[in-house]
Design a protein around this ligand. Structure first.
Ligand code: GLA
Length: 738
């Protein structure tokens, strides 16, 4: 199959696989226009050639021969401002004469096999060249001697298209890029809903759906990170779209810094969508011969609802974004001491948790915050990555040896991008904290952000980490980031480059992550930012899992994990059982329910196992054994949302193993009902011809999906859960199932 069809005479590009078609045309005046993005078609014959209409107050090109063609309404691919289009431009560049009009026109194209990597930035990749094809379209503004390259990669067997852009200065003057979207896409007149994942600390990725209305709407983060507040994802869906029907286009920005997602519905009901680095406070100096590259946007198209869109993201991010030996490996069941001890621990306390955890079958112990400098609270020591001897007199090596001798793996917490005022590092380098000289430093958890745009700062932290990691046998690292950036400024940059600081910070972070993860390929990395404040594809490229939320309450987690699953695979979602009353919500839920919710993720514990009753320990043992038996299905199976955690008292979801041999369906009840409802449970993703056994009964796959079965209506009080394990018993349905 030709993934990229080029019709030279019509100047049409048709990117297509079995899922979607994406059609571009070089329009009159060499403007790159968008003609169709939707369900796949075999051949495109120009059905969406844009109509010519004379509209008052819609300007025409200087070289226009009539009044019928204006950029004011045309659907475009990388629109500028100042030549007739009054909608939001994809780029804005200030030139040496102070003007900001850039007029990019089509110059040439190139089709290459596979998918090129972005320089210094994360992006999904291919393993074989024939997995994808890439179209690179070159646009040019001859007056300003600027070139824009739009890069489109279409995957062969996935409903995935990626886009990014490069802007190159081929002249002799300096330009300032004030905005460079990774993607701009215009869709024709239609009603659309937008789905976003917004929230705050402890309430990340709450799903919200609203109608796209006339005007401009921006969803963004100005925090220097992808944020708890607005995940770098949005989906455009038709108002009728459900989880399993209707069109859905998901956009996911592979970037961990300040981002911006813009929607503009114009006077004709056409919608422009843009994603990229946040233009707020951004300005990038582009000297002669330099090139600026945007991060990449991943687009997942589905003609069959939002679940299929999510599954496209899941498999891509699991198989072609995450890297290294842990990408496909079952992830260990961990126990983390944070909620068990906070800062209040010593070696004996840690050892007692380790002893008990090892006896329960838990596989990895993670020593969280508080092991370094002289850190007894969150006011000190960030930046001093050496052992706090009072707390761990035998050092990390002693502890690692102890833990390994118990047959467990050893993990360690770092927060490499931060500095405390009370630290050796701050004494030596007070100017390394991001700050504006002469202005106070805003606090966040009484700590400050290191200027990772500076090489010497990055090098110092990398050296400190290497000193620990070369010496201590460590199997896992939790990489935290516990505040956002304020007083943005870098002492190392001149005044006309201060608009670059936040992006240079992210590039610096990516460089450090590349260095550390490449040097320690055996270590499993988990990213974290006060829970899920940096749960984005950029981080997943370096670290295959993320701590989903500091909120470990099972009921709150139903929504958080549901929202997260819109984009991110289950293998990326850390989920732990914690103590009750829950430390974030003060809610009491059963150990069973906490376990059932946490198993729908990368499972672990975060409580003091030494304080558990014998009965509770027995339950933990059972949970560990159960998760071990079905871990592959949970972590790498295909995930199906059945009932929304956002609008149902009975959220439900399920997992189907990679080989289809088993499935696990999870039914949750939030509040109990007097006179409980008699509910039918219908499943998804099964083989309709196969027979499955569940709870000692046999049903056909078609029966389970179309007929379903009644859920036993028992009143158990609030917060109940049940997991159904389905096993395929034979390939095809024989006679009557019982
Ligand atoms: C963040 C993390 C927690 C814990 C603390 C330690 O809040 O999300 O899990 O590691 O930092 O300070």
């Amino acid at each position: 199959m030709t993934l990229i069809q080029v019709h030279e005479t019509e100047r049409v590009f048709h990117l297509t696989n079995e899922y979607f078609s994406y059609v571009l045309r070089v329009e009159e005046g060499d403007v790159l226009a968008q003609e169709y993005f939707g369900q796949a078609i075999a051949t495109y014959n120009g059905g969406r050639y844009y109509p010519r209409v004379d509209r008052s107050f819609s300007p025409n090109f200087p070289e226009a021969t009539d009044r019928l063609y204006s950029l004011d309404t045309l659907l475009q691919e990388y629109p500028g401002y100042g030549t007739g289009d009054y909608r939001t431009p994809a780029q804005l560049i200030r030139h040496e004469d102070g003007s900001t009009v850039t007029d990019f026109r089509y110059k040439s194209y190139e089709v290459i096999k596979g998918k090129p990597r972005l320089a210094g930035m994360p992006s999904p990749y291919v393993e074989q060249e024939d997995e994808a094809s890439t179209l690179i379209i070159t646009l040019e503004d001859p007056k300003e001697r600027l070139v824009a390259r739009l890069v489109y990669t279409i995957y062969r067997d996935r409903s995935i298209l990626t886009r990014s852009a490069q802007i190159q200065n081929v002249g002799t003057e300096t330009h300032y890029i004030q905005k460079a979207a990774s993607l701009s896409l215009d869709l024709p007149l239609q009603e659309l809903d937008v789905i976003t994942l917004n929230g705050t600390w402890g309430r990340e990725r709450m799903m919200e759906r609203e109608r796209v209305k006339r005007g401009v709407k921006v969803f963004d983060s100005k925090r220097g990170s992808s944020s708890h507040q607005m995940n770098p994802f949005l989906a455009l869906v038709s108002p009728e779209t459900t989880e399993y029907t209707g069109e859905a286009i998901g956009f996911s920005l592979v970037y961990s810094g300040s981002h911006q997602m813009m929607l503009e519905r114009d006077s004709y009901g056409q919608t422009r969508v843009q994603l990229g680095i946040n233009e707020f406070g951004f300005e990038w100096r582009l000297d002669p011969d330099e090139q600026f590259e945007t991060p990449e946007v991943v687009i997942a198209y589905s003609a069959n609802g939002t679940m299929e869109m999510s599954q496209s993201f899941h498999s891509l991010y699991r198989e072609r974004l995450a890297r290294g030996k842990h990408r496909d490996a079952e992830r260990p069941i961990l126990i983390n001491n944070w909620e068990a001890t906070y800062f209040d621990f010593d070696e004996d306390k840690i050892k007692s948790i380790v002893d008990e955890s090892a006896a329960l079958g838990i596989e990895l112990f993670v020593l969280d915050d508080g092991w370094f400098g002289h850190r007894d609270d969150d006011y000190t020591s960030l930046g001093d990555w050496f052992e706090y001897e009072t707390k761990i007199p035998n050092g990390l090596t002693g502890l690692a040896d102890y833990i390994h001798a118990k047959g467990m793996k050893f993990g360690l917490w770092f927060e490499p991008e931060m500095i405390s005022k009370e630290s050796e590092l701050f004494k030596q380098h007070p100017d390394w904290a991001i700050q504006i000289p002469g202005r106070g430093l805003s606090k966040g958890r009484d700590q400050y952000v290191l200027d990772f745009s500076r090489k010497e700062v990055r090098d110092n932290i990398v050296h400190q980490m290497i000193e620990v990691l070369d010496r201590v046998p460590i199997d896992y690292i939790k990489w935290d980031f516990n505040r956002n950036v304020t007083e943005v400024f870098s002492a190392a940059l001149p005044s006309d480059q201060q608009g670059e600081v936040l992006h240079r910070y992210v590039l610096g972070l990516y460089e450090v992550l590349e260095t550390i993860t490449a040097r320690y390929p055996d270590i499993l990395f988990e990213s974290c930012s006060g829970g899920g404040g940096r749960f984005d594809p950029g981080m997943l490229y370096y670290m295959p899992q993320t701590w989903t939320s500091d909120n470990t309450d099972a009921i709150a987690r139903l929504k958080i994990q549901h929202g997260t699953s819109m984009v991110y695979p289950i293998s990326s979602m850390g989920a732990h059982v914690s103590a009750v009353p829950n430390h974030q919500t003060h809610r009491e839920t059963s150990l069973k329910m906490r376990g059932d919710v946490a198993m729908s993720g990368v499972f672990g514990y975060e409580l003091d196992v030494t304080e558990m009753s014998e009965e509770e320990k027995a339950t933990v043992k059972d949970q560990v054994t159960f998760y071990q038996a079905h871990r592959r299905t949970f972590q790498y199976g295909t995930f199906y949302r059945l009932k929304s955690a956002f609008d149902s008292n009975h959220p439900a979801w399920m997992f189907v193993s990679e080989d289809g041999e088993e499935a696990i369906a999870c039914d949750f009840s939030v509040l109990s009902e007097t006179a409980p409802l008699i509910r039918v449970f219908k499943l998804k993703g099964l083989d309709e011809k196969a027979v499955y056994e569940v709870d000692g009964r046999r049903y056909g796959g078609d029966e389970l999906m179309r007929v379903g079965f009644y859920i036993e209506p028992v009143v158990k009080g609030d917060f109940a859960s049940k997991l159904y394990v389905l096993k395929k018993v034979n390939e095809h349905q024989g006679g009557q199932s019982k």
